[in-house]
Every structure is written in structure tokens, then in C-alpha cells.
Design a binder for this molecule. Structure first.
Ligand code: SAH
Length: 251
């Protein structure tokens, strides 16, 4: 099995494929000012199995297009949405976040939790801005340094994994440079990483290794995940996910 298939196999059954939480999605919704509006059109980009899409569909009067390039995740979301009677509100779309088949100015909001890093923060907001209506909302969570300084080993690890990791003020400056006015920011609390993402994943590692006969590739993935979890447990004061809510400004 190739590495991508192994990663899908490890992550598909998790509650989320990245750090986050339903309460935090709701907080971002509150900050967005969208509550109470009707007939909204929202895209959730890099939706995974749809943790955020499900909250958006429940909390808002909206039709949600949930986009991911992995059909396995979308099938999972499709069956959960049907079970929760939200299938009339959530549509899934297998597409790359780099070339989305959307019309310009067609969305009231674009959501993306723990996914924009795949094409880079600046690149992503530049590419997605055109799909928002004037005054539309962008809500993204993104790997963020929580302090000005940090331990060297942590800095080295995350810079190698994602060279755009930066402080919240730097991220907000990028938003402003690309035609967005920040309207809200918060850092995801530790439990969004530990309770909702890392620890459920850690519990899946042993059965994952069993399923794949402790192959070299599966063992390497499990070791890398374990390393990342330990690093987070040691250094959660310095690294986190920032949740950025911003409004599209006039051209
Ligand atoms: N938003 C979800 C998933 C985050 S993990 C959550 O918070 O749980 C990142 C997701 O981005 C994965 O589901 C992955 O399949 C998707 N992804 C990565 N690169 C992508 C690309 N180029 N186009 C579309 N989706 C992509």
C-alpha cells in the first residue's frame, strides 16, 4: 500500500483529521456574524470527514459544499450527513483546493480547518478570495507560533514540516495584504489537539500497525506521528492552531 493510502487508512476513522473542535467551529461562526442570516452558501475546503461542515450545516441556514481530494473521506461524510438528516444541506465534491470549479463571487463564506497549509496560507487565501461575494467571510485555522520565541528543536521540526508557520500577527498582516480585514482570532485550546486529534490517533496506531503487518512504511508513519505527538505534549505553550476569521474587503 502506498503512503497516501496508509495515511487515509490511519485517519479515516478519526473524529477529525486535524486539531479542532465543534465548540471552536461554533465560536468562529459567532465571530463571523453569519448567524441569523438565511440562504447562505458556504464552502468547507479540505473538509476531511467533515467535522466543520456538519457543524456549519447544523448551526446556520446554509447549503454547504464540502470539498476534499480524497473520495474516501467524502464517502464517510456523506453517510454521517445522511444519518443526521443533513444530506439536504451538505453536498460533497472531490476536487483539488488548488483548482476549484467554482464561480467567482458565489460564496458567503469559505471555511477551512487545518487544511490550507497544503497549498500554503498566502497562496490559499489568494486563490480562494475570488470565490467570495463582496464582504464574504473567510474562516481558516492554521499552524501558528503562540509566542515570539520558542525552543530550537521545536522551531526546527515545524519549519521543516511547514515553512510558513508564523505568529498570529504575521498571519493577520498576510490577510490584510491580500484583501481581508481580520474580524476575529483565537488559538485552539490544547484539548482540540490532544482529546480530539492526537490521542484518538495514538489509540489507532497499534491496530493500524497490525492491519499492515508492521510494514516498513506503516512503521515509519506511526513513528513520525508518535514523535509529533510527544513534541506537542512537551511544547504546547509555543505552538498551536490559530483560528482566523476575516472579511473580504472591497477591491
Ligand atoms: N478539515 C478537516 C480535515 C483536515 S486534514 C478537519 O479539520 O478534520 C486536511 C485535509 O485536506 C485532508 O482531508 C486532505 O485530504 C485534504 N487535502 C490535502 N491536500 C488537498 C488538496 N490539494 N486539495 C483538496 N484537499 C486536500
Amino acid at each position: 500500500m502506498d503512503e497516501l493510502s496508509l495515511l487515509v487508512d490511519l485517519h479515516r476513522d478519526g473524529p477529525r483529521q486535524g486539531p479542532g473542535g465543534d465548540d471552536e467551529t461554533r465560536l468562529a461562526i459567532t465571530l463571523s456574524g453569519l448567524s441569523g442570516r438565511t440562504g447562505l452558501k458556504i464552502a468547507d475546503i479540505g473538509c476531511g470527514t467533515g467535522a466543520a461542515a456538519l457543524v456549519l450545516a447544523k448551526e446556520l441556514d446554509a447549503s454547504v459544499i464540502a470539498v476534499d481530494f480524497l473520495p474516501d473521506f467524502l464517502h464517510h461524510l456523506g453517510s454521517v450527513a445522511a444519518r443526521e438528516h443533513l444530506d439536504g444541506r451538505i453536498e460533497t465534491l472531490a476536487a483539488s483546493m488548488e483548482s476549484l470549479p467554482f464561480e467567482e463571487q458565489s460564496f458567503d463564506a469559505i471555511w477551512s480547518e487545518g487544511a490550507i497549509y497544503n497549498i500554503g496560507f498566502a497562496n490559499g487565501i489568494r486563490a480562494w478570495r475570488r470565490f467570495l461575494k463582496p464582504g464574504g467571510i473567510l474562516a481558516v485555522s492554521e499552524l501558528t507560533w503562540l509566542t515570539q520565541d520558542r525552543p530550537a528543536a521545536l522551531q526546527q521540526y515545524w519549519l521543516r514540516a511547514y515553512d510558513e508557520v508564523d505568529t498570529a500577527s504575521a498571519k493577520m498582516a498576510i490577510l490584510e495584504r491580500h484583501g481581508f480585514a481580520p474580524v476575529g482570532y483565537f488559538a485552539l485550546p490544547e484539548r482540540c489537539w490532544l482529546d480530539n486529534y492526537y490521542r484518538p490517533m495514538r489509540a489507532r496506531l497499534a491496530p493500524f500497525l497490525e492491519r499492515h503487518g508492521h510494514s516498513e512504511a506503516a512503521t515509519a508513519i506511526a513513528a513520525a506521528q508518535e514523535h509529533e505527538i510527544t513534541l506537542y505534549e512537551q511544547h504546547s505553550a509555543f505552538i498551536g492552531y490559530g483560528y482566523y476569521v476575516a472579511r473580504k474587503t472591497a477591491d
